[in-house]
Design a protein around this ligand. Structure first.
Ligand SMILES: Nc1ncnc2c1ncn2[C@@H]1O[C@H](COP(=O)(O)OP(=O)(O)OP(=O)(O)O)[C@@H](O)[C@H]1O
Length: 271
């Protein structure tokens, strides 16, 4: 679990994060959504320590990351897996060498054990047959899966993914989302995803934090979204006529199923 307590971040006199508090839960895919410039990337960089907050606290499983010395921060960093936008693979290395890289940097164990772990991760993302290929020889979706294998090779407790579906077609995106969700649940990882992808929001959004101009405007799950009355969130998610109609149909279906009672209760607590 990662807890943000009233974090603020400014550049000069421009305040980008205006006191954000949120909980990123373990075993869940926690999504950060919001329009361009709302502060999602700055927030993620603050959480992983690439940027320093001006005030507030960030707790990794109750340990105050913001108050740690460099040595303690390094320990937390070794428990973090990162999937970068565009996969960020090394072009001159094969798929298996790319996945081996974090093990060579931070891992312990013999070469044989490391190779075994790489094979295990490639198997998990169904890329065993591509082990000897170079990034230029595989598709965008496969590159993402290599990125995922590399991100999980050190058994992270925390996984950060920046726009994991950028540049992928909707079907491949769904496969990537499902893979990230199943790994998150299987290994009880606290996964944090920064995304614009509405399919991801609807399919994988166990926990969603919606950012608006540096403020946490709304939080809830993909099921709550259908019943949310937050106008800013609705304008952002259901931007097209088509999606607004789809939302109404979904509400009707839930109404018929009787699922609306729980949602209505939640809605009353919604802004
Ligand atoms: N290093 C920096 N120095 C100054 N301003 C910055 C810096 N990084 C980000 N910003 C500003 O912070 C604001 C939020 O940027 P951020 O990248 O977090 O937005 P975002 O929500 O991730 O947008 P997008 O969806 O387009 O990636 C923007 O106004 C941006 O110009």
């Amino acid at each position: 679990m990662i807890e943000l307590q009233d974090i603020r971040k400014s550049f000069g006199d421009k305040e980008i994060l205006k006191g954000v508090s949120a909980v990123m839960e373990s075993g869940k895919v926690n999504l950060i959504i919001g329009s361009s410039g709302s502060g999602k990337t700055v927030m993620m960089k603050c959480i992983v320590g690439l940027m320093k907050v001006n005030s507030g606290r960030i707790l990794y499983d109750n340990q105050d990351f913001t108050a740690m010395d460099d040595k303690a921060k390094k320990t937390i960093r070794q428990e973090i897996g990162m999937l970068f936008q565009g996969s960020a693979l090394f072009d001159s290395m094969t798929v298996e060498q790319n996945v081996m890289f974090p093990l060579d940097m931070f891992g312990t164990g013999t070469l044989r054990e490391k190779k075994h772990r790489v094979a295990e991760c490639l198997e998990r993302v169904q890329l065993k047959d591509a082990a000897k290929k170079f990034p230029a020889e595989i598709s965008g979706g496969m590159k993402k899966r290599v990125g995922i294998a590399r991100a999980i090779v050190l058994n992270p407790k925390y996984l950060f993914c920046d726009e994991p579906n950028s540049g992928l077609d909707p079907q491949t995106s769904l496969l990537i989302d499902k893979l990230i969700t199943s790994l998150t649940k299987e290994y009880n990882i606290t996964t944090v995803i920064n995304t614009h992808d509405m399919n991801t929001v609807m399919e994988s959004g166990d926990k969603i934090v919606y950012m608006y101009q540096g403020v946490k405007q709304w939080e809830g799950s993909n099921k709550d979204i259908v019943f949310s009355k937050d106008q800013k969130l609705n304008d952002f998610i259901f931007a097209s006529e088509f999606l607004r109609e789809a939302k109404e149909i979904r509400q009707l279906e839930m109404f018929k199923d009787g699922k609306w009672r729980d949602q209505l209760k939640k809605e009353q607590g919604d802004k």
